[in-house]
Design a protein around this ligand. Structure first.
Ligand code: WT7
Length: 655
C-alpha cells in the first residue's frame, strides 16, 4: 500500500509573520550567507548565541581532519550559558522547568532555584574529587535532578555519559568501563507507568560485574524512598547537596572540551561513545531550538524525549535552557493512566511547542480505537503553535493525523532529521519558511551542506536514491568515538569518499522539483525500533553469549506498523531445532537473556529456529534472504549458492 503524499502545506501566514526565519527568502539568504562565508556565518552565530568567557578568534580548524575543531581558542562554561546568564539578565524568577511526575504531581523550578540547586550538586561532585575532564555516568530517571546532574557536570567541566534507565546492568557496566567513569549518579528507583523500577540495584549489579574500578563513589537521588542496599561508596544526593553552598564558580573550558559522551549503536557488536564538544555543540543546540521550533520567550516548550537519548540532551537539558525558555519535563509514559496523557499535559500547562516521536503518535492513534475518550478532540489543545517529530521517518498518514487531530490544522509539523552524532537537527523544515510535504524532512538547516551521493561519492541527480552525506564539517558534529579514533574515521569519514564527507549511515532521495530530502532508512546494520537505535550485531552477540543454548544467531529487522521496525532473530541451538512448546519456552528464555544482556528494548519480537543458517558456500550469512523470510515474503533471491536450501522451510515458523 502506498500512501498519498503529493499534498503540500504552506506555512500559515500568522506563523510566517512572527517567525525568527520569516519566509522562504529569509531561509535562502541564510543559506547564501553560509555559502559565501561558511566560517564567518557560524562565527557570527556563535557570538550571538553563546556568552564566551574568552572570545574565540578562529572558526574552523581543519588541520587535523577529520578531527575538526571549532572556536578552539575560545573558553566558556555551558551551565553558565544555560543558567547564570539568565539570572544575571533579570530572568531569575522565570520558570525554567515544569516537572510533571508519573503520578501527576507538578513541581515548578525557576532559573534562580535551578542555578542554586545545580551549584550545590556541582560543589558536591567537586567535594567527591571530581575534576575537569573526569567522566561521570548518569543513570537516572527523567526529571529535575537528571537535568541538574548534567548541568552540574558541565559546570565543573566533568564529561557526562548518560545511560538510559532501560539499559541492563551489563550494558551499564560496559559503558562505565569504556568511559573510565569516576562517579555514578543514580536514583533509588524510577517511576514509569505506575510501576517502580530499580536503578540503584542495577548500578550495584553493574559494579559487581567487575571492570569498574575507576568508580570511587555513587550518588543516589531518593526518588521513591524504596529500599536500597547500601555500599560504603554510596551517598545520598540530598545529604551531600545540603552541606554545600548555593554558588559555585564555573570551570571555564576550551570550546573543544568534551561536554559529554553518549553511547549509541553502530555496525559492530560494541556500542560507540559519541564524543561531543562544548562550544560547537551548545551553539547548535541553542540555534536549532530557536529556529526549528521558532521558540519565543513566552513559549512553553515540551520535548518528550528521555535524557538518556540525544534528543533529551539537545532539546531538554541544553537547547531550551541556553535560550532561557520555559519547558515541561515529563517523567511518565504516553499511555498512563491512559492514552490521553500527552494531551492532558499539553492542556494543563498550555504547551505551545510540542516535540515527540512518530512511534508515540502511531501508538496513540491506535489506542484511540480502544479508548475513544483519549482522542485529542476531547482536550483543549489550542495553545499549540508548532509540532515536531524525530527519531524515524513519519509516515504521511500519521503526519496528517498529528497535523489535523492534534494541531487542529493550524500548526506546522516539523519533521527533524538528525542523529546522536550530529548533535542537533541537520535536515528540517523551519516553521515560517518551509512548505511542508508529509514524509519529507525537507531541506538542510542553514549552514549544513547535505547531499545524496553514489558509492564513489559522486553527487546524484535529484530523484535518484543514494547515500546521505554532509559535505562540510559543522560546529555540533561528533568529535571522536571515545578511545577509538580509528573507528571514528572508518565510520564517519570513510576512504570511499576520500575522507571528505561525513557519512550519516542513512539512505536518502531528493525530490526532482523541490530538492526536498526523504530519508529512506539506514544503509548499515542498524535498526530503528520505536525511534531507538539498535545494532543487529549487538543483539547477535548477546544471543550467542548464551553459550549454554545458542550455537549461532543472525538478526535482521522487518517493518512494523507501530514501532517502525521489529527485531527478528534467527537462531541455531546447540540441542538442535526445538518444536512446539519447547520452542516457545526457549524463545522466551532467549528474550529474557537479551533483556538482561542489553535491556528490554533489544528483545527480539520474532525468534525462528533452524538446524543451520542460510549461508553461501563461502560461509557468509545471506541476510537479504533472512530479511525476506522475516517479512514472510516469498524468497526471490537466487538460492542456488545456498549450502542447504531445506532450512528455508524450517525458518518459516516464528516464535
Ligand atoms: C537515526 C539516528 C535524532 C535523535 C533521535 C535518534 C533515524 C532520526 C529521523 C527523521 C527519518 C530519522 C535515522 C538516523 N532518524 N530522525 N526525522 N526521519 N529518520 O537518534 O539514535 O542517533 O538515531 O534515526 O536513521 O540515522 P539516533
Amino acid at each position: 500500500m502506498s500512501e498519498r503524499n503529493s499534498d503540500i502545506y504552506e506555512p500559515p501566514a500568522a506563523v510566517v509573520a512572527a517567525a525568527h526565519v520569516s519566509g522562504r527568502a529569509a531561509y535562502d539568504r541564510l543559506v547564501a550567507e553560509a555559502e559565501t562565508d561558511y566560517e564567518g556565518y557560524w562565527a557570527r552565530l556563535a557570538r550571538e548565541f553563546i556568552s564566551w568567557h574568552k572570545p574565540f578568534t578562529e572558526g574552523l580548524d581543519a588541520s587535523d581532519a577529520p578531527f575538526f575543531k571549532w572556536f578552539a581558542d575560545g573558553t566558556l562554561n555551558v551551565s553558565y550559558n544555560c543558567l547564570d546568564r539568565h539570572v544575571e539578565a533579570g530572568q531569575g524568577e522565570k520558570t525554567a522547568l515544569i516537572f510533571e511526575a508519573d503520578d501527576g504531581q507538578i513541581t515548578r523550578v525557576n532559573y534562580r532555584e535551578l542555578l542554586a540547586r545545580t551549584c550545590r550538586l556541582a560543589n558536591a561532585l567537586r567535594a567527591q574529587g571530581v575534576r575537569k575532564g573526569n567522566r561521570v555516568v548518569i543513570y537516572m530517571p527523567m526529571g529535575i535532578e537528571g537535568v541538574m546532574a548534567m548541568q552540574a557536570c558541565a559546570r565543573i567541566g566533568a564529561t557526562h555519559s548518560v545511560v538510559f534507565g532501560g539499559f541492563s546492568a551489563q550494558s551499564l557496566r560496559d559503558r562505565i568501563e569504556d568511559a573510565g567513569a569516576v562517579l555514578v549518579l543514580t536514583a533509588d528507583e524510577q517511576l514509569r507507568g505506575g510501576k517502580r523500577l530499580p536503578l540503584k540495584a542495577i548500578v550495584d549489579q553493574a559494579l559487581a560485574l567487575g571492570g569498574c574500578e575507576s568508580v570511587r563513589s555513587v550518588i543516589v537521588y531518593q526518588r521513591t524512598g524504596g529500599a536500597v542496599d547500601w555500599q560504603p561508596h554510596d551517598h545520598w544526593l540530598h545529604e551531600l547537596s545540603a552541606a554545600q553552598p548555593t554558588t559555585c564558580e564555573p570551570e571555564w573550558v576550551e570550546a573543544e572540551h568534551p561536554l559529554f559522551l553518549l553511547y549509541t549503536s553502530g555496525s559492530t557488536g560494541k556500542p560507540k561513545g559519541v564524543q561531543h564538544s562544548s562550544g560547537g555543540y551548545l551553539l547548535h543546540a541553542a540555534l536549532t531550538t530557536k529556529w526549528t521550533f521558532d521558540l519565543k520567550p513566552d513559549d512553553v516548550f515540551w520535548c518528550t524525549a528521555d535524557i538518556g537519548w540525544v534528543t533529551g540532551h539537545s532539546y531538554v537539558t541544553y537547547g531550551p535552557l541556553a535560550l532561557g525558555a520555559t519547558e515541561v519535563v515529563f517523567e511518565g509514559v504516553p499511555t498512563y493512566p491512559d492514552a490521553g496523557r500527552f494531551w492532558e499535559v499539553i492542556q494543563r500547562h498550555g504547551v505551545t511547542v510540542f516535540y515527540t516521536a512518530p512511534t508515540a503518535i502511531r501508538s496513540l492513534i491506535k489506542a484511540v480505537e480502544g479508548q475513544p475518550q483519549t482522542h485529542p478532540r476531547h482536550y483543549d489543545l489550542t495553545s499549540l503553535r508548532i509540532l515536531g517529530t524525530v527519531g524515524e521517518p513519519i509516515n504521511p498518514a500519521a503526519w496528517r493525523w498529528y497535523h489535523e487531530q492534534v494541531g487542529g490544522s493550524r500548526c506546522p509539523v516539523i519533521d527533524t532529521f538528525w542523529q546522536t552524532e550530529t548533535g542537533g537537527h541537520i535536515i528540517t523544515p523551519l516553521p515560517g519558511a518551509t512548505t511542508l510535504v508529509p514524509g519529507s524532512c525537507t531541506l538542510p538547516f542553514p549552514g549544513i551542506i547535505a547531499a545524496v551521493v553514489d558509492e564513489s561519492g559522486k553527487e546524484l541527480p535529484h530523484g535518484h536514491g543514494g547515500i546521505l552525506v554532509v559535505k562540510k564539517p559543522w560546529p555540533s558534529m561528533i568529535r571522536n568515538i571515545w578511545g577509538d579514533p580509528e573507528r571514528f574515521k572508518k565510520s564517519y569519514y570513510p576512504d570511499e569518499f576520500n575522507g571528505q564527507y561525513y557519512l550519516a549511515g542513512d539512505g536518502a532521495v531528493r525530490d526532482a522539483t523541490t530538492g526536498y530530502f526523504t530519508i529512506t532508512g539506514r544503509i548499515d546494520d542498524v535498526l530503528n525500533i520505536s525511534g531507538h537505535r539498535m545494532g543487529t550485531m549487538e543483539i547477535e552477540s548477546a544471543l550467542v553469549s548464551c553459550t549454554e543454548l545458542v550455537a549461532e544467531a543472525a538478526v535482521v529487522g522487518r517493518p512494523d506498523e507501530t514501532t517502525g521496525e521489529a527485531i527478528c532473530a534467527f537462531v541455531v541451538l546447540k540441542q538442535g531445532r526445538p518444536e512446539g512448546d519447547d520452542a516457545k519456552a526457549i524463545a522466551s528464555r532467549l528474550r529474557e537473556w537479551v533483556a538482561k544482556e542489553i535491556g528490554p528494548i533489544a528483545k527480539p519480537r520474532d525468534i525462528r529456529f533452524a538446524d543451520n543458517l542460510p549461508k553461501t558456500r563461502s560461509g557468509k550469512i545471506m541476510r537479504r534472504l533472512l530479511r525476506s523470510v522475516a517479512r514472510n515474503e516469498p524468497v526471490t533471491q537466487d538460492i542456488s549458492t545456498l549450502e542447504n536450501p531445506a532450512i528455508l522451510e524450517q525458518l518459516g515458523q516464528a516464535y
